[in-house]
Design a protein around this ligand. Structure first.
Ligand SMILES: Nc1ncnc2c1ncn2[C@@H]1O[C@H](COP(=O)(O)OP(=O)(O)OP(=O)(O)O)[C@@H](O)[C@H]1O
Ligand SMILES: [Mg+2]
Length: 271
């Protein structure tokens, strides 16, 4: 198997939080073509992990390897390593405000392709395709920072999809999206199965995990408390409760009317 990321005992603590590190001994291997869900309650370390995988933060102890090389500050200072890494790995941030900086939506989505020096006709075609897919073509002349939260999120996703990276890190991609946009993004994640694309998604949205991931981790206070298939993870009610991912009235249904099985979470019941 072709290992994309290999983490061994990774510890990362933000300033003044050494007593409770955001990541506290994380070991994992992510293989090429795997779609991995990172699940966990607020503050469990999901976003911190994605920043480590993207080479934005560096482990204070333990090791991180990407594509068979140590992913550390020294390597990322070296353009010969950093440029190909940045081309291969793309990150859709949880908060789109930190990602959007161009004057228009079109420019935002065209930014990556321009950096990669694609020809003008290809850029126009690919950008328009990405805008279409995320249903934001009507916004292309608008300023990204003046859009609604969900619109911004769609622009951020389009700006990453357009360059078709090998590895995509998505932090809560469906949060803030309306149901229709949510299902389009989920369709993408579903569609990436067996395409060779490696996808790591941090998510609270348990419903979608079996469809969008082949492998799932549950984080709690910077530790991995479970690693299994999405189905097995979702069947482990006690573990999900202890991770604060479900509440006590959680029920699991296999809906016969669905084309694929769905887990429904959060039904209201009168007891
Ligand atoms: N910039 C920061 N400075 C200090 N502490 C931080 C910072 N960012 C995150 N933390 C802390 O690190 C821990 C992990 O945060 P992280 O953002 O990785 O969690 P998360 O699982 O992504 O949560 P959420 O579901 O709310 O997005 C939390 O305790 C958080 O308070
Ligand atoms: Mg987060």
């Amino acid at each position: 198997m072709d290992t994309i990321f290999h983490l061994h005992n990774v510890v990362y603590a933000y300033a003044n939080t050494a007593d409770s590190p955001a990541l506290n001994g994380i070991s994992m291997q992510i293989q090429r073509g795997q779609r991995v869900a990172i699940m966990g309650a607020n503050g469990s370390g999901k976003s911190t992990l994605l920043r480590i995988l993207d080479g934005l933060y560096f482990a204070q102890s333990g090791t991180v390897e990407a594509f068979g090389h140590t992913l550390d500050e020294a390597h990322l200072m070296d353009e010969e390593y950093a440029l190909p890494f940045r081309k291969r790995v793309a990150f859709v941030f949880q908060n789109p405000d930190v990602q959007l900086f161009n004057p228009t939506v079109f420019d935002e989505v065209a930014f990556g392709p321009l950096q990669l020096r694609w020809d003008t006709a290809t850029i126009r075609q690919k950008v328009n395709d990405a805008l279409d897919i995320l249903e934001i073509s009507h916004l292309k002349e608008r300023a990204p920072h003046r859009l609604s939260g969900g619109e911004k999120k769609r622009v951020a996703i389009a700006s990453v999809l357009v360059i078709d990276p090998e590895v995509i890190l998505l932090d809560e991609p469906t949060a803030a999206l309306d149901p229709k946009s949510q299902s389009r993004v989920v369709d993408f994640l579903v569609g990436w199965a067996n395409t060779g694309k490696t996808v790591v998604v941090a998510t609270h949205d348990l419903d979608t995990v079996p469809d969008i991931a082949d492998d799932a981790y549950v984080f709690k206070q910077g530790h991995i408390i479970a690693h299994d298939t999405p189905r097995a993870i979702l069947a482990n009610h006690e573990m999900l409760l202890s991770a604060n991912l479900v509440h006590a009235h959680y029920h699991l249904h296999d809906g016969q009317t669905h084309s694929h099985a769905h887990i429904h979470v959060g039904h209201q019941h009168d007891h």
